[in-house]
Write a protein that binds this ligand. Structure first.
Ligand code: THU
Length: 123
């Protein structure tokens, strides 16, 4: 799947977001190397810090279905990923991360470009 197709899937699923506090609906769609597609949306909570981002929801669905770091090829998001999600994208070694930037252009980066000098747990 192309990055544009993944962003289109993310835009469609964003309607399902549970975001009554921010009213900011985010969607994400991730494709595994074997073709499986997993979607996620942001899920907020009245205790605000407990909400989760769409990217984390999508990656969690993939992990629930058996995916591991290295199994996910690309992700499309309806917005630029937050700092915490960039750490998740790094962890799962996703090749391509596609989203509309602040100018509305669809852009694609690697997790390393989005999170240079990323922290890793020392072995
Ligand atoms: N949000 C995401 O789902 N992904 C991001 O990368 C940025 C922020 C959500 C979290 C919250 O529900 C809403 O956007 C406003 O911050």
């Amino acid at each position: 799947m192309t990055g544009e197709e993944l962003v289109a899937r993310a835009r469609a699923v964003a309607a399902n977001a549970y975001a009554p506090y921010s009213n900011y609906f985010v969607g994400a769609a991730v494709v595994a190397r074997d073709g499986r597609v997993f979607e996620g949306v942001n899920v907020e909570n009245a205790a605000y810090p407990l909400g989760i981002c769409a990217e984390k929801a999508a990656i969690s669905c993939a992990v629930t279905d058996g995916c591991k770091p290295g199994d996910l090829e690309a992700i499309g998001i309806t917005a630029s990923p937050c700092g915490g999600c960039r750490q998740w994208l790094w962890e799962f070694r996703i090749d391509r991360v596609t989203f509309p930037n602040s100018a509305g252009e669809i852009v694609t980066y690697t997790p390393a470009e989005l999170l240079p000098e990323a922290w890793e747990l020392p072995e």
